[in-house]
Design a protein. Sequence first.
Length: 316
Amino acid sequence: MPMPHARKIIIDTDPGQDDAVAILLALASPELDVLGITAVAGNVPLDLTARNARVICELAGRDDMPVHAGCDRPLRRRLVTAEHVHGKTGLDGITLPDPRMPLAKAHAVDFLIDTLRSQAPGSVTLCPLGPLTNIATAFARAPDIVGRVAEIVLMGGAYFEVGNITPAAEFNIYVDPEAAEIVFKSGVPLVVMPLDVTHKVLTTRQRIETFRDLGNRAGHAVASWTDFFERYDIAKYGGQGAPLHDPCVIAYLLAPDLFSGRHINVEIETKGDFTQGMTVADWWGVSGRAANALFMGEADAAGFYALLTRRIGDLP
Ligand code: BDR
Ligand code: CA
């Protein structure tokens, strides 16, 4: 249960094992009041992300959480998915029961618009963990809500790590660069967790076993998901484990000091032949363009895993 004055958030997501861990972390944290979860097409198609979001809520014992299905494709492009990373279901690694809770009736975009209009201005933080299609559609359809958003804390982009889905682009931004451009130009205060940060919070054998040893069903699921998820990254990067990308967003809300970065200008490449979806991040301040984001560069991995493990241990 959220504590009095908990921070109100909406999680916009395309689960995805790392999205799943992020959602569990949020649901385990009384400092956060999750008003709803909005699903978007990304890692897998929308019917699966909308399903997976409910599977995760039920795993956390939160079948009361409104889960809204949103946009099933990017604004102007064909959907690119990532089954090669996340498996066919998006949540491969453990078989969980089909959800019994229904989807909430409203479309995710309507839910975003209505919630931002009905809550006090500046009181709701958006937490996008996938392509930015739902958020950009809501901003385009209802420009009056843009100034009411407290902050957007998102996972996406890269500078020093450049790309993961192409040599130049990170997946979430690559899938819908036009949507990302709308969000990055919106004027809403942005905090960005790029690959530069998420590639510093790698799973290790010991970290995974610590989740398993918690002895609860959430810990078992997190260990099974990360076991599955890390194979792809170990094969690709040759490192010790997989980056837990999306939980960085929620960890930042709980413990911002785990991360550090720079207030810089970030533009989205929408036209390049080879660089579509690149986040052109002016880390060195050479462009003269105004800062529009707090772009993170460093993370305290030990602190991150300590927080995450403690909170997952509080779940059923
Ligand atoms: C991002 O893409 C997805 O595969 C992950 O869920 C994460 O949000 C990392 O590039
Ligand atoms: Ca994601």
